[in-house]
Design a protein around this ligand. Structure first.
Ligand SMILES: [Ca+2]
Ligand SMILES: [Ca+2]
Length: 494
C-alpha cells in the first residue's frame, strides 16, 4: 500500500487537495556513475573530513575507528517545499556497527562535530540512521528525525530518544541492495519513508514517521555526514536526489523568468561541456572501449544473466516473505492453542488433586539432596561406631570385674552368706539338733533315772554347756566382721 503511495508521489504529489509538482533539482543532487569529475570534485557539492569520493559513491566514513566525513551543497535552497531521496549502504563485518549516517537540512554548512560527523546545536532538520545502541534499549539500528533551533545538544547517551520528532526501528546495515530514505517536507508536514534494501524495487517504501506542524528554515543547505566510533562500518552514499515541490496553480512549468532561463541554460551548457571533456578524457585513457560498446555494455550477456539472477532472487525473496508471514500466523495460532491446552491441563491437575488419585509429579532428586543424605549416613555410621566402642569398653570392664571377683573375692553369691559360714552354721545346726535330742532323751527318762550319774566329772553341767554355745556364737560373729572388712578392702581396687 505504501509503495503504491510512493509510486503515486513520484508522478504527482497530492496534498490538502492541491496538486504538487516535483521538479528535479540537479544542483542539490548527485548520483553515479561518474559521480566525481576528473579533479575529484562533485558538481555543486563540497565534501571533506575523511570522505572519499569515487565514481559510483562517496565513502563518507570508512570502516576505521573514529572517522568523520561530510558532503554539503554549495548553495542554500531557493525552494522551501521539497522531497529528497538518499541512497546509501552501511556495511560492516561486525554484528553491531557504529556510529551511523545523518541527512541534514540546516541553515549552516556544518562543521565537523560529534553528531554523526556534524556539529552539535544545529539549526534545522537532522534525519539520523543510528547504528549503535548507546542507551542499551535494544532499539538500534534506528531511523529518526530531530529538529533543532540551535539551542539543544544532541543526547548521544539516550540516542536522542527524548528529542526525536519520531522514528522507526529499521535495520539498514548489510543489505543486499542499497537502502533508500525519502524525506518530504511540504505544508509544514515532515514525512520519512524507508526502503530497507531487501529488494531491488526502488519504490518499495514504507512509512517511518509523519509529523505535522514542523517548522524548518525557508532556505538551507542539504548535507550528508557519517561517523564511526569504537566500532566501524563503511558508510557509502550512492545518490542524493532532490526535488522541489511546487503548487501547479502557483507556478506553471513554463513560467520561468527569462533571466533565470538564460542563466540555467548557460549553466547547463557549461556542465554539458565538462561532461563532454570528461568523456573524451575517459576515451583517451581507455582507447579499447568505443562509445557504442559502452552503451551496449548494459545489454552484455553477464549483465543479462545477473539481472535474471537478481529477478529470480527477488521472486524468491517475495515468496519467502509471504511464507514467513504465513509461518508467523501459524505460530500465533499454535501459541493460542498451546495456551488454551495449558489452561485446560492446569484445571485437570486441580481436579486430580481434589480427588482420590494423587497428581503425577515428576520430581527428580537434586544433587544437594543426595549430598545431604550421604552426610547424614556418614554421621549415623560414626555414631554407631562410638556406641560400639562404649559397649566394648563396658564389656571389658565387666569382664575385669568378674575376673577379679572370681580370683580375689571368692564366690560372693550375689550378697548371700558365704559357703564356709554356711557350712559352719550347718554344723552348728547339727550340733544343736544333737543337743536337743539329748535333752529330749533326758526329759523322757523316769524320775529315778534322771539323777546325775555317779561319776560327776563325766557329766556336763548346763552352765558349762551355755558358755560353750555363747563362745561359739562370739567367734562366728567375729569371723563375719573380719570377712566383711576384707571384702571392703578388696573393693577399693576397682
Ligand atoms: Ca546511537
Ligand atoms: Ca538505542
Amino acid at each position: 500500500m505504501l509503495s503504491v503511495l510512493a509510486l503515486l508521489f513520484s508522478a504527482v504529489l497530492l496534498t490538502n487537495g492541491a496538486q504538487l509538482k516535483p521538479r528535479f533539482e540537479y544542483k542539490y543532487s548527485f548520483k553515479g556513475p561518474h559521480l566525481v569529475q576528473s579533479n575529484k570534485s562533485i558538481p555543486f557539492w563540497d565534501y571533506g573530513g575523511d570522505a572519499i569520493a569515487g565514481d559510483d559513491n562517496i565513502r563518507l566514513a570508512p570502516s576505521i575507528r573514529s572517522k568523520r566525513g561530510w558532503v554539503w551543497t554549495n548553495q542554500k535552497t531557493n525552494f522551501n517545499q521539497w522531497s529528497i531521496e538518499c541512497v546509501f549502504k552501511v556495511t560492516g563485518r561486525g554484528r553491531v556497527g557504529a556510529d551511523g549516517l545523518a541527512i541534514w537540512f540546516t541553515e549552516d554548512k556544518g562543521q565537523e562535530g560529534p553528531v554523526f560527523g556534524n556539529q552539535d546545536m544545529w539549526r534545522g532538520l537532522g534525519v539520523f540512521m543510528d547504528s549503535f545502541d548507546n542507551d542499551g534499549q535494544h532499539n538500534n539500528p534506528y531511523i529518526m528525525a530531530m529538529v533543532n533551533d540551535g539551542t539543544q545538544q544532541y543526547d548521544h547517551q539516550s540516542d536522542g530518544s527524548q528529542q526525536q520528532l519520531g522514528g522507526c526501528l529499521r535495520d539498514f546495515r548489510n543489505k543486499p541492495y542499497p537502502v533508500r530514505v525519502k524525506v518530504e517536507y511540504y505544508s509544514k508536514i515532515l514525512t520519512v519513508f524507508v526502503n530497507n534494501g531487501l529488494t531491488n524495487n526502488k519504490d518499495d517504501f514504507e512509512l517511518c514517521l509523519r509529523q505535522e506542524n514542523v517548522n524548518l528554515p525557508e532556505s538551507a543547505y542539504f548535507g550528508v555526514t557519517a561517523a564511526t566510533g569504537g566500532l566501524a562500518d563503511d558508510h557509502d552514499v550512492l545518490a542524493f536526489l532532490t526535488h522541489s515541490l511546487h503548487n501547479k496553480e502557483d507556478q506553471p512549468a513554463n513560467q520561468v523568468p527569462e533571466q533565470d532561463r538564460q542563466k540555467y541554460e548557460k549553466e547547463f551548457d557549461e556542465y554539458y561541456k565538462e561532461l563532454e571533456t570528461a568523456r573524451e578524457n575517459f576515451q583517451k585513457q581507455h582507447p579499447g572501449k568505443q562509445p557504442g560498446e559502452f552503451d551496449s555494455m548494459f545489454e552484455a550477456q553477464e549483465d543479462r544473466e545477473l539481472r535474471m539472477i537478481f529477478d529470480g532472487q527477488n521472486e524468491m525473496h517475495n515468496t519467502l516473505k509471504e511464507l514467513n508471514r504465513k509461518l508467523d500466523e501459524l505460530m500465533g495460532r499454535q501459541e493460542m492453542v498451546l495456551s488454551r491446552v495449558s489452561q485446560l491441563t492446569g484445571g485437570n491437575v486441580q481436579v486430580a488433586q481434589g480427588g482420590a488419585a494423587p497428581p503425577l509429579t515428576m520430581d527428580t532428586i537434586k544433587r544437594h539432596e543426595v549430598d545431604q543424605v550421604m552426610n547424614n549416613q556418614m554421621q549415623i555410621m560414626n555414631d554407631a561406631r562410638d556406641i560400639k566402642q562404649v559397649v566394648y569398653d563396658v564389656q571389658q570392664r565387666a569382664g575385669q570385674i568378674q575376673g577379679s571377683m572370681s580370683t580375689g573375692g571368692g564366690a560372693q553369691g550375689g550378697g548371700g552368706i558365704p559357703q564356709d559360714i554356711q557350712s559352719i552354721i550347718y554344723k552348728l545346726q547339727e550340733n544343736m539338733n544333737f543337743v536337743r535330742s539329748d535333752l529330749a532323751n533326758v526329759a523322757n527318762r523316769p524320775q529315778g533315772q534322771m539323777n546325775c550319774p555317779e561319776v560327776q566329772s563325766s557329766c556336763v553341767s548346763p552352765m558349762l554347756f551355755f558358755l560353750a554355745i555363747g563362745l561359739q556364737l562370739f567367734f562366728i560373729v567375729g569371723y563375719m566382721v573380719y570377712r566383711s572388712n576384707k571384702e571392703a578392702q578388696a573393693k577399693k581396687f576397682y
